[in-house]
Design a protein around this ligand. Structure first.
Ligand code: AMP
Length: 415
């Protein structure tokens, strides 16, 4: 048997219905904020991620699906979508088009991680990006849109956690301070932290190893060491968020995994998720477009994992599907059933019929296993009398109805 690749999964009905509902809510909310959808390729030049995400990140270091194509060019299956959006933005000169400065996407992303609950190798993200607007209101409004979306999707216990990671002017000063502050106790930190202290010191703050926590908790907070412009930006974001009645808290050690972030970084957690895992994260990336060869332009965005979101949205409704299984027996009944199904579908009802002959007993069994609510029974007698039997599988009740009244009756009975 050929099975799915490790860390990937198939999504079937009715579970797919939850995906579609969440996606529909996302589209509806984002649309009202003037965001338009962008679909970028799954395959991108490897260099895009090396430059855009940073070669000292876990993603680029260890997690990318990278291979040489037939002409020996290195391509990568996107591990995230911001770099691709930024690439498209630059390539199509979208900075000349104000209509395209607010973009959203949904689609699969690929990371070679150790699969576990909520962590897959092919996972799916919904994300939004605002390009070209450096003002703090962008950060606040985009976070506000996200919170509106999560609430509409039915997520409870949302918490927005905020921090600022400064900019290329103030961050190096803070990083030097951080290194000095941690140096005396570096020997007590885990191996990853010690390595990061050399390669990417800010990421040390992100460490989850329990023995590192007291040391890192005592480290200086970057928000206390921002340059004036970054401090003003950070204050602006908080002020506007508060004005929008979006509640948030600050977390000094929040730094996020990708190198391209500047100023605002944030995560959203949900009490329903249980563990410490973030539902989603995002932030400002004012250097990214320039980094990949575009104009010096601001950017702000977030990405959420669908699989993780689906752990905290209400389950699919249980109970029978409000569908009709059309069961028939005999040649004349078959022709009649085809016509009845056509008629009912035109009226907006869901009708399933199978075309290989089978007994009514077998049809009823299949309808029950399909978990539909109604069976329409069309036999010789029904054809002769032109009244059809509608059986409700929940109650076992049967009614005889004419073709003209069937549709209306189904509509009345639909929960
Ligand atoms: P990141 O791009 O790492 O900031 O991740 C953004 C969000 O994507 C996370 O908060 C998760 O919800 C989701 N995510 C990231 N990696 C995975 C993964 N391997 N499997 C499932 N979801 C993921």
């Amino acid at each position: 048997m050929i099975t799915a690749v490790k860390g990937t999964q198939d999504t079937l009905f009715p579970e797919i219905g939850r995906w579609q509902r969440v996606e529909a809510v996302a589209r509806e909310v984002f649309h009202r904020y003037g965001f338009t959808e962008i679909r970028t390729p799954i395959l991108e030049p490897t260099e895009l991620f090396v430059r855009g995400i940073g070669d000292e990140t876990d993603i680029v270091n260890k997690e990318m699906y990278t291979f040489a194509d037939r002409k020996g060019r290195s391509v990568t299956m996107r591990p995230e979508n911001t770099a691709g959006v930024a690439r498209a933005f630059v390539e199509h000169r979208l900075h000349e088009s104000p209509l395209h400065s607010r973009l959203f996407y949904m689609g699969p992303q690929f990371r070679y991680e150790r699969p576990q609950k909520g962590r897959l190798r092919q996972f799916h993200q919904i994300g939004a990006e605002v390009l070209g607007d450096a003002a703090p209101g962008t950060d606040a409004e985009t976070i506000g849109m996200l919170v509106e979306f999560l609430q509409k999707a039915g997520v409870v216990g949302i918490e927005v956690v905020l921090n600022s990671v400064g900019c290329p002017a103030c961050r190096p000063v803070f990083v030097a301070l951080l290194k000095d502050a941690l140096a005396p106790r570096a020997g007590e930190l885990c191996g990853d932290c010690r390595r990061r202290l050399e390669t990417n010191p800010l990421r040390v703050l992100d460490c989850k190893v329990p023995s590192c926590q007291p040391i890192l908790d005592a480290a200086p907070a970057i928000a206390d060491h921002l340059c004036e412009a970054c401090a003003e930006h950070h204050a602006g974001v908080k002020r506007i968020l508060a004005g929008m009645a979006v509640s948030f808290s600050e977390r000094a050690r929040l730094v996020r995994g990708l190198d391209y972030y500047t100023r605002t970084v944030f995560e959203v957690t949900s009490s329903a998720l249980g563990s410490q895992d973030a539902l989603l994260g995002g932030g400002r990336y004012d250097g990214l477009l320039e980094e990949i060869g575009g104009p010096a332009m601001a950017g702000f965005g977030w990405a959420l994992g669908m699989e993780r979101l689906l752990m905290v949205v209400p389950p699919a409704p249980s109970g029978r599907l409000p569908w009709t299984y059309a069961a028939w027996a005999g040649e004349a009944a078959y022709e009649r059933t085809l016509a009845l199904a056509r008629h009912l579908r035109r009226e907006g009802h869901v009708v399933v019929m199978e075309h290989a002959p089978r007994s009514f007993k077998s049809s009823l069994k299949r309808a029950d296993r399909m978990n539909v609510k109604w069976v329409l029974i069309v036999g010789e007698e029904e054809v002769a009398s032109q009244t059809y039997t509608l059986k409700d599988l929940d109650t076992g009740e049967q009614e005889a109805l004419s073709e003209a009244s069937l549709g209306a009756r189904l509509r009345e009975k639909t929960p």
